[in-house]
Ligand binder design. Sequence first.
Ligand code: IPM
Ligand code: MG
Length: 364
Amino acid sequence: MQFSLAVLPGDGVGPEVIDEAIKVLKAVGARYGHDFKLEYGLVGGIAIDKEGTSLSTQTLKMCKSKDAILLGAVGDPKYDDPQAPVHPEDGLLELRKGLGLFANLRPVKVYPALENNTNFKPDVIRGVDFVFVRELTGGLYFGKPKRQWRTSRGRRATDSMNYSEQEIERIVRVGFEVAMSRKKKLISVDKANVLQSSRLWRQVAIEVSADYPEVDLEHMLIDACSMRIIQNPRYLDVLVTENTFGDIVTDEASMLAGSMGMLPSASIAGVPQSGVKIRGMYEPIHGSAPRRARQDIANPIATIMSMAMMLRYSFALEKAAAAVEAAVERVLEEDYRTYDIMGEGKKKVGTNKMGDMITERLGG
Ligand code: IPM
Ligand code: MG
């Protein structure tokens, strides 16, 4: 079968981790007889440098014409100046919005091999396996008004947490569908004790729950949720939440897995269903880590696992996706580690070597 994808390596460690994911993808193609047609494009700081904008209209158009997009990371300290007219991150947000990728799935899984490699007691994190469903095209990131201005008494700025019931409904529905495919437990995370947008969120979640009588719906406040993530993470299974809340707590949750370098993500434009292909963009949750760039040390696992999610959701290649995931697990069981998940007595490898190891273990 033939599949088309856009590859946007982006900035910092992005190109390095993408190279490894493509290496594994090509091996998947050879092994299972699939033809992956790749087209590369620029996004982020590199796109500003070369094309004057963090995402050109041609690149967005190119991405729209593909079955899926694989993205590395964006962000460059060169553009950190808050006064800068353009930011690398804008390109990422335009891609999410432009492609209608409103649902961001962020699985958090603790591998047995890494149980002793985190800041947590192994007893607390053993067997942790949950998924955050983060709303991705609304809320504080996109709400209007959004601006900075000067007044006679100094500068002011505003961002708006804005949601329509339709936006809430479709993301909550994704949460319920994911819950149906797992333990039929959904936690809707909000701040309904304070925020109007959260009160609407909670009402809509309750309304949608009527369509899913089998799912046990629980509401949790975002502050309590951030505590629960480190206090009793095994309690969690599927969580659905607003864009900014989801951004913050998924960084927190990544620490359970040992490193941000372990967490993949899928941004999709609809409800994921087994066997059904859905357009999506796949990227690690980590940033461009500019200080780690070009040293062959970055952990490519999050990107490789994102690529596996692409095989599953956009190409409906479940077997290939599971093979990639199993290969990652095996490499970890054999004690190979990048610097970020290094532990005593383990074998340290670089980005490229980690990619090779995973490729070699594809299919057992
Ligand atoms: C993420 C990242 C992005 C976000 C940044 C790079 C804009 O932190 O994917 O979590 O805030 O969504
Ligand atoms: Mg983030």
